[in-house]
Design a protein around this ligand. Sequence first.
Ligand code: ATP
Length: 689
Amino acid sequence: MRGRRRIDLQTLDLFAAAHDEDESSAPDAAAVLAALERLADAGLLRRLDSALAAFVAGQDSEAEPALLVAAAVLAQMEGRGHSCLPLAALPQNPNEILGWPKEAMPVQLSLWEQLPSRLEAWLRALRRSPVVRVVGQAVAAPDLGQPLVLLDGEAPLLYLRRYWDYERSVAAQIAQRTEAEAAQDEAQVQRWLDRLFTPSAAAVDWQKLACALALRGRLSVITGGPGTGKTYTAARLLALLFATAPDAAQLRVALAAPTGKAAARLKQSIDSSLLELKGAVQGELELESLVKRMGAARTLHSLLGARPDTRRFAHHAGHPLDVDVLIVDEASMIHLEMMAALLQALPPTARLILLGDKDQLASVEAGAVLGDLCRDAQRGGYAAQTLAYARRVAGLDLPAQFRAAGPSLPLAQHTVMLRESRRFGGPIGRLALAVNTGDAPAAMELLREQTRSGTDAELWAREGGDLEAVVRSAVAGRGTAAGYAAYAQVLALGRAGFASELEHRQWVLAVLQAFDRYRLLCAVREGAWGVAGLNRVVEAALQAQGAIRKDGEWYAGRPVMVTRNDVQLGVFNGDIGMALSSFADPGRLRVYFLQGESLHHVSTARLAHVETAFAMTVHKSQGSEFEHTALVLSAQGGSVLSRELVYTGITRARRAFSLWSEVPGLLVSAMGSPTQRSSGLLRFLEAAA
Ligand SMILES: Nc1ncnc2c1ncn2[C@@H]1O[C@H](COP(=O)(O)OP(=O)(O)OP(=O)(O)O)[C@@H](O)[C@H]1O
């Protein structure tokens, strides 16, 4: 938290000014606003949080302290990815919500002493304010553009208006997409399912079930860990849609993902899965023409038509996307606002197929939509009708534990979790599973046993800080697993110059590919064990070896990550590029990005929003995989060190995973801290059911 260290939280007096004026009375709105400012000075709140409280006070001259504090806490929650504030915990257990460090306890108590101790009094303060729109189960106050919305009822939630709108919109769209089931020729569906799925030894062929369920609706959610066959299943689903569509030649299919890298992987993986099916369809389906017609996969920003300097997209309900089927991969990264925009822009008749791993980190922005949508995925929750349908068309008899015990959400009938990983049978997969289930003893034992077995093991861990060792390993690799030396070698090949543009292009591709063999992933940005510190020391080590020649911000071989979408330049947040000499003007550096199969390049001068990318956050690594991934846990990680963060880091590794922990115990404590994001999405969906 910014600036916290400069202020002694134990002695910080939030109400110093108010006490000077009058010792006896409770602080008024001005005193509370001043206290919130001090909390922002101390880094416990953001400026934005105290500013929202000040805005509320400006709109409501009679605002009570509880309302102002609730507004500031709500803004703070939004900054941490929650879409709303569950009010019930606020009076008695604010720590659960605030997550402030222990040393902030005196400050928190001094503020809370001035606030009501009962929820009812907080609710009264909210209900009586003109800045709060109160919406109950049965009645709703008129919409006068109030900036806050109180969802009153048993477990009241407070929203910023924007997020209230997004959640309701997403829930309404999903309810609509899951209500009516498309009529179909079941005999035809059964025939094709049997052709595309050979009998499986597994108790349940979840991939076949996913296809069967997806065929009868306009929304399909397919979740599963890495290598469980999400894209393999989506390709079969496409073939099925193609085979059963009345006018297959006209079927418009689009592929998308939140990042460019994930989009490129999706396209590659879908194409190769489709072409592998040629034998199974024996010329009956024109799979090659389907592959051609799909075109490149795009980022969601580009698909929806992001426009400079506005949150609005070119495509929306009034100007929908021109698609019949949209497959979106890495859906765990889609934040609430983006999901609302995507659903709005999709024609009501189009099918949406969401693929993603519900256990991965959610987006930095507010909302954990895939996690919410997959609440029932583990236990199935299938209704009798769904089970009967699965038996009829797919010959699947689901064990009793996957049947809904009571009334089930329509959404659950459109959701399937894939459970068998084809890629991660070994130690990386076992570690990911142990982390995911919070089994710390199993995870630690596995890491110890693997580390003991030598540097070539799939897993390797060191707890207790030795930054120099981290850097040595980052450069040289571990055993036969790559480090950045691999990219440095390819980079050096360019120094001799190129005879042709083609030769130069091949070299650029080779540098980008070599760089992607290894990545340092950090939990935090700041500090020696964060992104900024590690980037500096890795750069220095490569410089010392002569692998790079850094004499300014830009140098040949500087890997960069784009930090802001720039529609005009065609680069998006999270894209990774490499500064290299251009063929036409070898003295000039350009930044090269691999977009699908094609290379895109931009002049360094035009790329204002980038950062060096030898080390990057786990958040930004989603949608990417590296042959060797090193996860670096900083002792400054605090609440950022979550189970999802560690799981996401581990599952970025294809062949080797290394863990570097600044101090012992960080991994175990992260595993014991699953992230919970507050949202009302399921409540809206349940209400709509
Ligand atoms: N039923 C199956 N039979 C044979 N091979 C399969 C099957 N399902 C998946 N595979 C193979 O397993 C590998 C992983 O599948 P796929 O890439 O579809 O997984 P994924 O869940 O999309 O992974 P990621 O999350 O990493 O993108 C692929 O090589 C795929 O061809």
